[in-house]
Design a protein around this ligand. Structure first.
Ligand code: FE2
Length: 245
């Protein structure tokens, strides 16, 4: 019974962020939400935790070679469906962007291939979660030269990348922003990612937080994370750039 009460206790822990910049809630796309009802359920939970605005960021990578035009069409359809569903309490579903994998098997060519960005030409990118086989300095530089701002998703989840590493130092010198996953802070991806997640925030290396919500399992973990005292304390102490998106 106590567990049940704890699980269902919600609060606005993430309200200062205003905006979630990273989730996979476009129904039926990649490994995210499987249908519109699951998307609505996840968005409801996000609203209850304080999010007012959400950007969908489907994967663009080797395993999920999504096509930008197709994604835009699916998003337009979803927006229409949500606008007629009478669910005014949901966060505003603002824009479609992408989470682009930079690795040897997949990379859009800067300036040639279309990419879906967050406002202000902010491109959310990620590395392999397993293999330290790529440090795409040239691609970073090309995008930066073209006026993009790069945001690296969940640096705490790359087991091969230390906070005090040369890679991190190089990326920071290039002006690359970091986005920590809030679920990391509740141990969703294990102890190491949790420790590193807090460290990236405490050292000021992470400018953004994202939920990376994929489905109800993630949304329910997000609710648990909102009830984590250490996370609540961190949210009071640190400010992030999410609300500017
Ligand atoms: Fe993601």
């Amino acid at each position: 019974m106590l567990d049940f009460l704890k699980r269902n206790k919600t609060n606005k822990t993430f309200a200062p962020l205003v905006t979630d910049m990273h989730c996979h809630l476009l129904p039926g796309v990649d490994d995210g939400s499987s249908n519109i009802q699951e998307t609505i359920d996840c968005l409801n939970i996000m609203a209850s935790l304080g999010f007012e605005k959400v950007y969908f960021t489907p994967h663009f990578q080797y395993n999920y070679p999504n096509d930008e035009e197709d994604i835009l069409q699916r998003f337009a359809t979803l927006k229409k469906q949500l606008s007629t569903s009478g669910l005014e309490s949901l966060p505003e579903v603002n824009l479609i962007a992408g989470e682009y994998r930079f690795d040897p098997r997949f990379a859009r060519r800067p300036g040639i291939d279309k990419v879906l960005t967050l406002p202000g030409k902010k491109l959310l990118c990620e590395f392999s979660l397993h293999y330290n086989d790529y440090m795409p300095i040239e691609i970073f530089s090309e995008y930066i030269k073209l006026g993009y701002t790069l945001i690296l998703a969940h640096p705490e989840r790359y087991p091969y990348m230390g906070i005090h590493s040369k890679e991190v130092e190089t990326m920071k010198q290039m002006g690359i922003f970091f986005q920590v996953n809030v679920l990391s802070l509740n141990g969703f991806y294990g102890d190491t990612a949790m420790k590193k997640g807090f460290e990236y925030i405490e050292t000021g290396l992470a400018e953004y937080l994202g939920t990376d919500t994929h489905n109800m399992r993630y949304a329910s973990a997000l609710r648990d994370t909102a009830n984590n005292k250490q996370v609540q304390k961190m949210m009071q102490k640190h400010t992030f750039l999410n609300s500017q998106l």
